[in-house]
Design a protein around this ligand. Structure first.
Ligand code: M6R
Length: 607
């Protein structure tokens, strides 16, 4: 994940910027840079690779500014070169950025037509030129120019901006990616993570979604998405005592749910060349064209990610996929095909059953690939090929961001398979990539109204049993929803394929059994709606999670959770978020130990 830092100080800030970036190293990066305002103009140093390269450069050619921004970049748009490293700048503006600017191609074309010259392949540089252009229209008023530019940006992002000629000014904005302000003595700080600021100050303010902050040494003015001046609480940071803190969230699980727009951007961009709009992962080093079958194995939530993968891979890449939970596959003595690929999915990379199946598959001559979050884990080390998820550390026992990042990696693999086997045309590939590119923004939209989940929690907390239904690719989401609810709220919950309702579970339906239906408007929607009506006819209480309108259900609903319209390929990534929020808020309402539910461990290293 990329990292942002900024300092408005009373002494040269370059060394402090580098030290702060060092505290963000754990997020991963492949280049770094800083820029400061010096005698009214902008000066910058950038380097590929580790921070020590940047530090050596700054030692040779010091930066003297008292106001500066810094960035560690994990390449998304464009290769990890110095010219693509942040900060990006024009003569007047310098910007560091986390996230994705979805409409950067259109912005770049329009700004190029106006005479702006681009020097990188990044989406970020479009922001620099856009603000520079808006400065002209705003009589060189930086606040007005940034406000005008923000209104034109689509995507999920966090920005730190400094200006030539403005030594006492830094502007920050967030939409989907976190940002925190630090309050010091005549000094102000900016960070994508409180950890970056821990040695400087413990008094911090988290920006809310859509906020823009104008920082001066004397303090910060914060404006909400409507442009109204707002007060945001300054709190005492715990970051100095924890390597990974909860931010302004009550639980790690909440923080991790909210990190998804950012970590999904990073995971997707590991597999997809966003600038070209096509999948690109030469590191895979596997011949995907001649695979006879893929065998997927995993446990718990990772297994449900694999089940989504089966639907995607079979549909788009036309490769048969077998999938089983690892604790079963390890003892089934299953015959495995020649030229088969065995794929393992694990957040921790240490799950005992998954590892045991990996070793069995290896002994049967399968090629071994794994989707893991911990790159140094045993499963990663014993695999021929690793497809990483860039979720960052997941602390909450209930898996959230690791799940959606597993889906992002599986989406990338599906596109790679489809291209290799000729089942996904270049046009379809562009369409699917565009859909994926929009996921972080849609996730942010889904998280905008959490009050509805709090209201729902009140009703769900009274239930003894809850059913989840979904059809097709939404079936694994129903399973995942039920697992999430049961593990953190301790309410009994089951997920079913909606078509299975009449084969048994419908006997459970009465007015005391809430039924949560994952039903985006896809080609199976009408069939799911029929099941909804069967439930309603028996007095069941329905919670519909859908991009469709409420009346499409044809019956009264207990709640309707509206999800934005999106490409159907991306539905599993998006519908994961409401089911996480339902479980989270229900558990919070019930007062359980959300991050460490009873009887569960984060990493199951024994059978
Ligand atoms: O580390 P892994 O992804 O291999 O873990 C697999 C399961 O133990 C894990 O997903 C578990 O089901 C979670 N508690 C689900 O939230």
């Amino acid at each position: 994940m990329c990292g942002i830092v900024g300092i408005l100080g009373v002494k040269p800030v370059s060394q402090d910027l580098i030290d702060a970036l060092r505290r963000l190293e754990y997020r991963g990066y492949d280049s770094a840079g800083i820029a400061t305002v010096e005698n009214g103009h902008l000066e910058r140093r950038r380097a590929e690779g580790k921070l020590r390269n940047l530090e050596a450069l700054v030692n040779d050619e010091p930066l003297k500014g008292l106001t500066g921004i810094g960035h560690t970049r994990w390449a998304t748009h464009g290769k990890p070169t110095e010219s693509n490293a942040h900060p990006h700048m024009s003569e007047k503006v310098s910007v560091v950025h986390n996230g994705i600017i979805e409409n950067f191609r259109a912005l770049r074309a329009a700004l190029t037509a106006k005479g702006h010259v681009f020097h990188s392949d990044t989406d970020t540089e479009a922001v620099v030129h856009l603000i520079t252009e808006e400065l002209k229209a705003a009589n060189d008023d930086p606040v007005a120019a940034v406000r005008a530019a923000l209104g034109q940006l689509e995507g999920a992002f966090a920005l730190g901006i400094v200006f030539a000629g403005h030594d006492d000014l830094m502007i920050a904005a967030r939409s989907g990616s976190p940002l925190v302000i630090g309050h010091g003595d005549e000094t102000m700080y900016l960070g994508s993570d409180a950890i970056a600021l821990a040695p400087f100050t413990s008094e911090i303010t988290y920006l809310d979604e859509g906020d823009m902050a104008v920082l001066r040494r004397s303090g910060a003015e914060i404006y909400d998405v409507s442009g109204a001046r707002v007060e945001r609480l300054a709190i005492k940071s715990q970051a100095s005592s924890f390597l990974v803190d909860k931010g302004n969230h009550r639980h790690f699980m909440a923080k991790e749910i909210h990190e998804q727009p950012e970590v999904i951007s990073h995971t997707l961009s590991h597999y997809i060349d966003m600038a070209e709009g096509r999948v690109d992962y030469p590191e895979l080093g596997l011949d995907l064209a001649d695979l006879s079958r893929i065998t997927i194995s995993a446990c718990g939530t990772a297994y449900y990610a694999g089940l989504v993968g089966k639907y995607w891979i079979e549909r788009y890449a036309r490769v048969p996929v077998e999938i089983d939970v690892a604790s079963e596959l390890r003892y089934r003595e299953a015959p495995l095909p020649k030229d088969g690929l065995a794929l393992f999915i694990s957040q921790s990379g240490e799950t005992a059953d998954t590892l045991a199946v990996l070793r069995y598959c290896k002994s049967q001559g399968q090629r071994i690939a794994s989707i893991v979050n911990v790159r140094t884990s045993t499963i990663a080390r014993e695999s021929d090929v690793v497809l990483p998820t860039l979720a960052g550390p997941e602390i909450g026992v209930a898996s959230t961001k690791a799940f959606t990042c597993q889906l992002a990696a599986l989406a990338g693999l599906t596109l790679l398979l489809g291209r290799a086997r000729g089942t996904i045309s270049p046009e379809l590939e562009q369409e699917l990539v565009q859909g994926l590119l929009e996921v972080p923004r849609h996730m942010t939209e889904i998280m905008a109204d959490e009050a509805q989940y709090e209201r729902l929690a009140h009703d769900l907390s009274k239930a003894r049993d809850v059913l989840y239904l979904g059809r097709g690719i939404n079936y694994p989401l129903a399973l995942e929803g039920a697992l999430k609810l049961k593990e953190i709220s301790y309410i009994h919950a089951e997920g079913y394929a909606a078509g299975e309702l009449k084969h048994g579970p419908i006997a459970l339906i009465d007015e005391n059994v809430p039924v949560i239906v994952v039903a985006p408007e896809d080609e199976l929607h009408d069939k799911t709606v029929s099941n909804v009506q069967e439930v309603a006819a028996r007095g069941g209480q329905i919670i519909l999670v859908s991009n469709g309108e409420e009346d499409a259900a044809g019956c009264d609903l207990m709640a309707h959770i509206k999800v934005p319209d999106a490409h159907p390929f991306t539905h599993p990534l998006l519908y994961a978020v409401p089911i996480q929020l339902i479980a989270y808020h229900t558990a919070v309402f019930m007062g359980t130990d959300v991050d460490q539910p009873r009887n569960l461990a984060k990493s199951v290293t024994v059978e």
